[in-house]
Design a protein around this ligand. Structure first.
Ligand code: IVH
Length: 720
């Protein structure tokens, strides 16, 4: 090692140590100035000798890396959410469900605070932080590692320990401390900048910044609340894993407690009801988790959340203020939503000036009048809602609210389709807010994701008459000179926009379809329709009856889509998009039913597999007519055991006499002539199973159990 390299290593280690002492143990070993001096020295050495700089150097905290676009990564274990409860009775029910599921065994719970920030998944390898990924859609999230590295209480490298596995995942919450939030907003107000809506949004907005130096300035913090590994280094309980994480230097809030009965859980809930406001972090409830990992495994998951944990949400804070007027907003589908304009009032950390009232029914139900004193509450949403009227304070001159009969934007008489809560403006072609919102939807991230063309820009173009509908966006290149002369545009932005438009021509067909903004055609329905019809031509020719026959496409969706495709203006727009070169068909082979070899059989896939991913195995089973489910019951045909399958699953299968087979056994069940070359190779390995293990497809034992697919991955039993 060279001298310089040694110096860099020594400084790096010293600074890591000082950070640990400061953030985990509240000990300042050296004055701040000395720390800053060492950090500056390290930064200088690293700059001169970048080859020796450590990726997790303490200098990374300062930020400075720019990420143009965050790559995405698949979560090794899906990031699910928690079921919510709001009352003691709900908690009693949860406790009873848990005890039933565990057949009356003793249960210890861990109660934790529910921090209101952004969920984060961190990977550590050999004690080093290697990746930070946001929750995303639960399956895939954004890789924001450089931004995460700026979070000062989050260790970039851990203290070595014998109970620390080579690789593991930590989940936790990234949040903006309340004093930081207040301070940043004061600064912003002074600078005339837009205020941060709430600490959660502030944290999630910060994590998406491209420049990590700006992220560092947001002073985010992290609390770890889950430990996951499929490797060695398992703990018997969640609480033991919390203690271990803490001992390795990870910040675990010391507010958690083991509770040995529901009464103790309720006591914890009551204790923190008020006390939580003394913490420097926003909390919105309590998370109650079964402590024992084996018990967690037994309880398993529903499609959305674990059965071994639940969130108790504290009732939202309320404020009382005056209702001054109602503004009517017209949305993408013409729905008219009333928004209440209020006397500004502080509520749960922000000043509230607007509140939603949902629809005309609610105005009537609440008997709202202009000038009334109303109660507003903040749920999870940014815009609070009006929940009641203080009738005792109703002024004598309060005015009843006259719901408009004409569209506030275009003057068209409003309609209210039977059975619907919203009034609607039927002028979808000519009503500006609807046209604008459709364009915003088309360019949005989940649809065409056009770089350089956000909601604000596209709205501005619409106001200036530069675009009218989605197809007209692709005429923008011809107007490049005009665009470059616009305020705040410039040639660079125009170039970026043109590149973004060009790139959007590669966006897959299902997202193009979603982007059209057909009422009721959300992301999932768009995927289903695209997969079924495969081309825009085939889809647009389908009748409502045909559409309704597509799995998961109900009658209302089918009617709405068929009507949309029949409109000549929409047909013209599709032709325009087609001419522009957008994807109007799915590429690649259509997945087909290959055989009915597994018809009538149900499988549970558990553990990690060698030759195929779990998703691929699931698809294979389905292609051959079989079903995949999540829970083990008497009716299950097979448990397919991968590596590291939890012991509880094996025991349960053995007890219920469900045959346990390997991945190779499963592959051997498939007819050889339908296999791909890799599958052929796979079936060369000696297998345990022969066809005689297969129950007859019509055997009464082979019907599907009701529960949804679970996960069952990981020796920890705890996926979170
Ligand atoms: S455990 C299956 N523990 O709450 C999910 N979550 O809906 C297991 N959260 O977005 C999560 N504090 O980010 C857990 N102490 C805590 C938490 C916590 C906040 C968030 C989490 C997730 C949401 C759950």
């Amino acid at each position: 090692m060279t001298d310089i390299q040694q110096q860099i290593t020594a400084l790096t280690e010293r600074l890591h140590h000082l950070n640990y002492q400061y953030y985990q143990r509240d000990i300042s070993e050296v004055p701040d100035q000395e720390f800053d001096h060492m950090l500056a020295e390290l930064a200088r050495l690293e700059k001169e000798h970048p080859e020796f700089a450590h990726p997790n150097s303490p200098t990374q905290r300062v930020g400075g890396t720019i990420t143009k676009q965050f790559p995405t990564a698949e979560h090794r274990y899906p990031m699910l959410s928690l079921g919510n409860t709001y009352s003691e009775a709900d908690l009693r029910e949860f406790d009873e469900r848990v005890r039933r599921g565990l057949e009356g065994a003793d249960v210890t719970y861990v109660c934790e605070l529910k921090f209101d920030g952004v969920a984060m998944s961190l990977t550590y390898q050999d004690g080093q932080l290697t990746q930070g990924v946001t929750r995303g859609d639960g399956t895939r999230g954004d890789v924001v590692t450089n931004n995460v590295r700026t979070i000062k209480n989050l260790p970039l490298h851990l203290r070595p320990a014998t109970n620390q596995p080579k690789e593991f995942e930590v989940r936790g919450e990234i949040f903006m401390p309340l004093p930081v939030f207040a301070e940043l907003n004061t600064e912003r107000e002074a600078n005339g900048e837009q205020l941060l809506a709430n600490p959660r949004n502030a944290a999630s907005g910060a994590l998406k910044l491209q420049d990590s130096a700006l992220v560092a300035a947001r002073r985010l913090r992290f609390y770890a609340y889950s430990y996951l590994t499929s490797g060695r280094g398992s703990f018997p309980t969640h609480s033991a894993s919390l203690e271990a994480m803490q001992s390795w230097g990870l910040p675990v809030s010391d507010t958690w407690r083991r509770c040995h009965s529901l009464e103790e859980v309720l006591a914890f809930v009551h204790e923190w009801d008020k006390q939580r406001f003394t913490l420097p972090v926003a909390t919105d409830g309590i998370v109650i988790k079964v402590d024992d990992f084996q018990q967690q495994e037994i309880l398993g998951f529903t499609a959305k959340s674990p059965r071994w944990a639940i969130a108790y949400k504290y009732p939202a804070e309320a404020a009382r203020t005056r209702l001054n007027s109602i503004q009517y907003q017209v949305g993408r589908t013409g729905a008219v939503t009333p928004v209440a304009l209020l006397d500004p009032v502080p509520l749960a950390g922000t000043v509230v000036k607007r509140a939603s009232v949902h629809n005309a029914n609610q105005i009537a139900a609440l008997d709202l009048r202009l000038g009334d004193m109303v109660f507003v509450e903040k749920g999870g949403e940014i815009i609070p809602k009006i929940t009641g009227v203080d009738l005792s304070a109703r002024p004598a001159d309060s005015q009843p609210i006259k719901y408009p009969t004409e569209c506030p934007a275009c003057g068209t008489p409003l309609i209210r389709p039977e059975g619907e809560a919203h009034f609607r403006c039927p002028n979808d072609r000519g009503c500006p807010p609807q046209q604008k919102a459709r364009l915003e939807h088309f360019v949005s991230r989940k649809a065409m994701n056009i770089d350089g063309l956000g909601a604000e820009t596209v709205g501005r173009f619409f106001d200036l008459g530069l675009v009218t509908d989605a197809a007209s966006l692709y005429d923008l290149p011809a107007k490049a000179t005009e665009l470059a002369q616009l305020d705040r545009m410039g040639e660079k932005s125009v170039q970026r926009l043109l590149t973004g438009l060009e790139q959007s021509k590669q966006v897959p067909f299902d997202r193009v379809l979603f982007g059209l903004g057909i009422r009721y055609v959300g992301e999932t329905v768009a995927e289903k329709l695209a997969a079924h019809y495969r081309t825009m031509d085939a889809l647009s020719a389908a009748s409502a009856t045909e559409l309704a026959a597509v799995p998961e496409v109900g009658g209302v969706i089918a009617e709405s889509a068929a009507a949309w495709f029949q409109e000549p203006e929409n047909q013209a727009m599709i032709r325009g998009l087609q001419a522009a070169g957008l994807q109007m068909a799915l590429t690649g082979e259509a997945p087909q039913a290959v055989s009915d070899r597994l018809a009538g059989l149900t499988f549970v896939l558990s553990g990690v597999f060698e030759q195929y991913s779990r998703e691929d195995l699931q698809q294979l089973i389905q292609q051959h007519g079989g079903k995949v489910t999540g829970s083990i019951s008497k009716k299950l045909s097979y448990l397919v055991a991968g590596d590291k399958m939890g012991p509880a699953k094996r025991e349960k299968a053995t007890e219920l006499k469900v045959p346990i087979i390997s991945e190779a056994d499963l592959l051997a069940m498939l007819p050889t002539d339908t296999k791909t070359p890799e599958e052929e190779e796979a079936s060369d390995t000696p297998t345990l199973l022969t066809a005689d293990l297969l129950p007859a497809p019509d055997s009464p034992d082979s019907s599907t159990p009701e529960s949804k697919p679970g996960t069952g991955l990981g020796q920890q039993g705890s996926l979170f």
